[in-house]
Write a protein that binds this ligand. Sequence first.
Ligand code: CP
Length: 303
Amino acid sequence: VNHLLGIKYLNEADIQLIFETADHFKEVINRPIKKVPSLRDITIANLFFENSTRTKLSFELAEKRLSADIINFSASQSSVTKGETLIDTVNNILSMKVDMVVMRHPNPGAGIFLSKHVKASIINAGDGAHEHPTQALLDSYSIREKLGDVAGKKVVIVGDILHSRVALSNIFALQLQGAQVKVCGPKTLIPKYITSLGVEVETNLVKALEWCDVANMLRVQNERMDISYFPSTREYSQQFGVTKKMLDSLSKEIVIMHPGPINRGVEITSDVADSKQSIILHQVENGVAIRMAVIYLLASKIK
Ligand code: CP
């Protein structure tokens, strides 16, 4: 398959191949000359229909490190605002001889839809509350780097599971690699189907933290929120916000992750985000090597 639409479509061997390829590129980007000429003959369009800092910049950097030609598209500055459809937009871009499309879109399944209608390799950079596969890959890669392996590790994903593509992709990726996964958050922000994925629900934050090796803290996605889901930010942070005092009271040192952007003082306090237990900036660093690996492996199938 010439696409990365979701972790759901990968197997464990695919993930290990991506990690081994990322190991190589991580070594490359730590050299004085950080570029390789591998994709000089590939052109990539980065299509962002929704805002992004980390994903957009690290895809762009990954493409530049691989020597691909790139064009960047932001929906808010494009003819989408004049009513042009997604398929027309992409087909017009592809007619300029583009080989690969990286797309973030607010609608779940937008990448899958596109892959059925256009002739290009599609990478899903986040589609609504559905999947964010490269985030889950860089998250697992960061756990592997920190703890040696993902298999057998206990990971709790805390927060707004209902609106989170990061949660769903992480659940699929972690389970494929043999990790145990729990979710923790307000009942109103945990979808009913979650237990059918083999994921346990823990509504007590301290119990969840005591159980886990790794806590992946998610932002409450106010932009996708219906007001009836949860009463107030203050109430959320009191019940589900991680503090340094809480971490220090646990029987072992756990690893703290966050995909970003952080709402400091809501899901984690600053002294947790910036503590030595936090690998948040390592996740961002690993995003470049992981995205290089994904692009490189997909490009090798279209060359
Ligand atoms: N983690 C993540 O997707 O961040 P951005 O929305 O800034 O890309």
